[in-house]
Ligand binder design. Structure first.
Ligand SMILES: Nc1nc2c(c(=O)[nH]1)N[C@H]1C(S)=C(S)[C@@H](COP(=O)(O)O)O[C@H]1N2
Ligand SMILES: [Mo]
Length: 154
């Protein structure tokens, strides 16, 4: 596995999108695959009801129903073999890591790359494309807005 970084987290959520480009790059086995929201919308869509964003700074929002692609779908779909974890990194340098074991344990409510919120297309301001990890209920450090890179680690 790559460097096991300590996330540069401050509980100081950024309300402003760093740029206008909602595409993300899937980094997998030496390849860099650019995926637009439309590419993700062409894959199997999953809906997760009763999701909350729990900010330790400005309170809890929700419940929301998020729609999108299961994060665990991407390594399989794009031909990763023995992958061990996925790093999800935003355009403003926020990030989280989900291990393959965690994603398997969470499969009943799979962490999503979300593009829909309460039946509406998510706006860039709302986080498009946003990682939603429904199992995280004590803070929102894994609810990464503006996903710019998904890096598959072997
Ligand atoms: N890209 C990015 N995602 C982020 C953050 C951030 O600063 N940048 N802050 C996190 C934190 S600490 C919180 S509390 C929530 C805030 O989500 P909200 O803007 O939907 O309330 O986003 C999380 N995701
Ligand atoms: Mo937060």
């Amino acid at each position: 596995m790559d460097d096991d970084w300590t996330p540069p987290y401050a509980h100081d959520p950024n309300p402003h999108p760093p740029d206008d480009d909602p595409a993300l790059v899937l980094v997998l086995g030496g390849r860099r695959i650019r995926l637009e929201p439309a590419d993700l919308l062409a894959l199997l869509q999953i809906e997760l009801a009763d999701c909350y964003i729990v900010s330790t700074g400005h309170g809890t929002s929700g419940p929301f129903t998020f729609g999108g692609v299961a994060l665990a779908e991407l390594p399989a779909r794009y031909g990763a073999g023995a992958w061990r974890a996925v790093d999800v990194i935003s355009a403003d340098g926020f990030r989280t890591r989900l291990s393959r074991d965690e994603l398997a344990r969470f499969a009943a409510r799979p962490p999503l790359l979300a593009m829909v919120i309460d039946g509406m297309a998510m706006t860039r301001g709302q986080g498009l494309v946003r990682l939603i990890v429904p199992q995280e209920t004590d803070d929102a450090l894994r609810q990464v807005k503006w996903v710019a890179e998904v890096r598959v680690l072997v």
